[in-house]
Design a protein around this ligand. Structure first.
Ligand SMILES: [Zn+2]
Length: 212
């Protein structure tokens, strides 16, 4: 019965059209002339981590890119097809967002597989994509290899967010706007178990309650 799943969303669209779209006519009217989101969000593809619901946002609020394990790749200006870097460039240079948030999460399958070293050469695209956190993975195993797997995974999930923030600052158009005080970067971590949303505190070097 595979078609039932797509029918479900066709019906979901009809519900949206009748309810949400009608109830938000003014918003959709305003959005016709363009988008002016102030925040870009980098989230995981994971179906359990739905940014618009977690952050209670409306259309037009968030410029979102989702990828495997919510990674910001390093700045690599070459002829390859860098989807996440292209989204970042558009958000910063064209939309002029004031914030970029990297939102990771607990129980991330991409991070779990990176930790287990599962991707290796067995995948065409996933292995190279998550390879940027290979050194972080090795460091976590060195430091915490004897601790429970769940702790190692949480450590790698959170360190990978910090690593993405470091990669963000290697993009010249990001670092320039940060230096001008026009752009701020944030690392957030959604805990599926508890529903908590934590933020990275660069001074303390750890994740804690949202400071805002
Ligand atoms: Zn994930």
């Amino acid at each position: 019965m595979p078609m039932q799943w797509i029918r479900r969303f066709a019906q979901g669209y009809r519900t949206f059209r009748q309810n949400y779209f009608e109830e938000h006519q003014r918003l959709f009217h305003e959005l016709r002339s363009g988008q002016e989101p102030k925040v870009m969000l980098v989230a995981c593809c994971d179906s359990r981590v739905e940014p618009a619901i977690i952050l209670d946002s409306e259309p037009g609020d968030l410029f979102i890119v989702r990828n495997i394990a919510n990674l910001i790749p390093p700045y690599e200006p070459d002829s390859h097809r860098h989807g996440t870097s292209a989204a970042l460039e558009f958000a910063v240079n064209n939309l002029g967002v004031n914030h970029v948030v990297v939102m990771g999460h607990a129980e991330c399958g991409g991070i779990a597989a990176a930790l287990a070293g599962e991707f290796g050469t067995a995948t065409e695209f996933i292995g190279p994509w998550v390879s940027s956190i290979g050194p972080l993975r090795d460091a976590v195993i060195d430091e915490a290899g004897s601790r429970p797997a769940s702790e190692q995974q949480r450590l790698l999930e959170q360190r990978s967010i910090v690593h993405s923030l470091e990669n963000l600052a290697t993009f010249p158009f990001v670092s320039q706007r940060m230096a001008e005080g026009e752009l701020f970067i944030h690392g957030w971590y959604f805990d599926i178990h508890t529903g908590d949303l934590l933020a990275y505190d660069p001074e303390a070097g750890r994740f804690g309650p949202l400071p805002f």
